[in-house]
Design a protein around this ligand. Structure first.
Ligand SMILES: Nc1nc2c(ncn2[C@@H]2O[C@H](COP(=O)(O)OP(=O)(O)OP(=O)(O)O)[C@@H](O)[C@H]2O)c(=O)[nH]1
Ligand SMILES: [Mg+2]
Length: 502
């Protein structure tokens, strides 16, 4: 029984007061006795005893934290904050919303609509809250038989030849203790021959990628054509159980050996407990009496493991899968937006390359080293930046233009370009026109190299990457010096900037 706090304090105060009175009277007795025998020693002894008592009290206060207990002062420990539950579902739907915003930036109407539909489908799956268990694997491994055995009645057609199941079929399953409904999805087999087989395999793979949980069915050790898709799916984070079916066809020793082999092959991605041996539709056997007997399906180990996994991880599996799918969709959207931006930015570069070239052709520069600086228009940098969502001011753009101009000159690209273009031009026009036009055409060419280098810079979030500005510029120069390209470029240049009297 615990005493009330006020009582404890009262008892403590009375005890301390009694002890203090007792120690005062004892001290007084000691003092009197010592002063009788050696009077000069009495006062130092009294002071020493008082000091010792003081130190003892200080030590008690320090170690027991007596003040904290008595006066209820705040603890020096950091107060415990309430735990914030990590809501995977909330994260998944927030992710989907962010991706929707990204998708709306896609200009191509048809692509945008298709991806938005996909995103809506993922969101609906999340809202419905069903768990999608997809049964996947080689043709004739026994996928449909497994579903029939799990449902407890014949729902899908079973057949010895591959290709019995031709499209995805969905069945519902309830599991005690699990609020969510389970969708059991049968798929066509992979590795079937022919065009129809390839099309069916594509359907199966699509369904497998959409699964919250995958039951990968095999009827022997893994072939490499099974290993590759299974590992590929596991590596992208697809939760999988590897189901070894038709175990009735093997003697127990062989069966155990195959299970061990399967476990060791997939151990990097799938736990040993998730490799499960079953017989979904055992073949009839002849009894000693000569009678034929069909054993019951042996799928209990799978049902038990499936139930355990779904109960323990069901919520997470759905949210993880939604995150996985929305991330894939996000990556697809990013790629499309990237292409779109690149196309727009390249149009800007083309526009500026002919503007700059025209100006230089009309008023050639006294020194070719100035060509690079003349070719890089700050407005072009600002416009490319805008396409990539960067608002640059004039001063920053000028700084960028200057450093790129210096790089072009110092790497010898200006002179290299003049040489390359002169050779390409002599084949096309007279020496007279060459003299007039070379600066303008080189300016156009340098604008192109600079513009494309800036596209890389903005594409990498305003960074020149590990190799710095030099590597980016050199790479662009290499990419734009191929003979075929130069020929077309020079033709275009002659059309656009050289006077008609050439
Ligand atoms: N011995 C034995 N045969 C099985 C077992 N399970 C299925 N089979 C047989 O394997 C053959 C193929 O079974 P299905 O269930 O149709 O296989 P599937 O994977 O759905 O095939 P597809 O739909 O064509 O990809 C049938 O003849 C089944 O009777 C089993 O546990 N033991
Ligand atoms: Mg089937």
């Amino acid at each position: 029984m615990r005493l009330p706090r006020s009582w404890t304090i009262a008892i403590a105060v009375i005890s301390i007061a009694t002890l203090s009175l007792w120690s005062i009277s004892s001290l007084y007795a000691i003092y009197v006795q010592v002063s009788w025998t050696t009077p000069w020693l009495a006062t130092p002894i009294l002071i020493a005893i008082l000091l010792l008592i003081g130190m003892a009290i200080a030590a008690i206060i320090y170690y027991v934290g007596i003040f904290q207990g008595w006066w209820g002062k705040s603890s020096t420990k950091t107060p415990q904050l309430p735990k914030v539950p990590v809501e995977k579902n909330a994260a998944a739907s927030a992710n989907l919303q962010a991706i929707d915003l990204q998708l709306r930036q896609i200009q191509d109407e048809v692509t945008r609509q298709a991806l938005l539909d996909k995103s809506r489908e993922i969101a609906e799956n999340l809202a419905r809250g069903q768990i999608r268990v997809v049964v996947f694997g080689t043709g004739s491994a026994g996928k449909t038989s497994l579903i029939n055995a799990m449902i407890g009645r014949i729902v899908g057609e079973v057949g010895a030849p591959m290709g019995t199941t031709t499209r995805g079929e969905t069945y519902t399953l309830e599991l005690k203790g699990l609020d969510r409904q389970i969708l059991l999805i049968d798929t066509p087999g992979i590795l079937e021959a022919g065009i129809a087989g390839t099309q069916r395999e594509a359907i199966a793979r699509e369904l497998a990628t959409s699964a919250d949980l995958l039951l990968f069915v095999v009827d022997n050790d893994l072939r490499s054509s099974e290993y590759i898709p299974l590992m590929g799916l596991a590596e992208i984070g697809k939760r999988s159980l590897l189901v070894f079916n038709k175990t009735d066809l093997y003697p127990p020793l062989d069966r155990d050996k195959i299970v061990k082999q399967l476990q060791s092959r997939v151990q990097s991605e799938i736990e040993a407990t998730d490799v499960i041996a079953i017989a979904a539709h055992p073949q009839p056997v002849r009894l000693e009496s000569g009678e034929m007997f069909t054993p019951d399906p042996d799928i209990f180990p799978l049902v038990r493991r499936l139930a355990a996994v779904l109960r323990a991880e069901g919520e997470d599996l759905v949210a993880d899968n939604i995150l996985l799918q929305s991330n894939r969709l996000g990556a697809e959207a990013r790629e499309l937006i990237d292409e779109q931006r690149r196309r727009q930015a390249e149009r800007v570069v083309s526009r500026f390359q002919w503007i700059g070239a025209g100006v230089v052709t009309v008023t050639p520069l006294p020194v070719v080293d100035f060509l690079a600086t003349a070719a890089i228009n700050t407005q072009m940098i600002i416009e490319i930046g805008k396409i990539y969502g960067c608002d640059l001011n004039k001063a920053t753009a000028q700084e960028l233009a200057l450093s790129l101009g210096k790089t072009l000159t110092s790497l010898g690209i200006v002179k290299g370009a003049i040489q390359l273009l002169s050779t390409a031009l002599t084949v096309n026009i007279t020496t007279y026109a060459l003299g007039k036009g070379i600066q303008g055409i080189t300016a156009a060419y340098l604008t192109r190299i600079a513009g494309r280098s800036f596209i890389e810079y903005f594409h990498q979030d305003r960074s020149w990457g590990d190799g710095g500005i030099t590597e980016v510029v050199q790479q662009q120069f290499q990419l734009n010096r191929k003979d075929e390209f130069l020929k077309t470029f020079v033709h275009q240049a002659i059309e656009k900037i050289l006077p008609a009297d050439r």
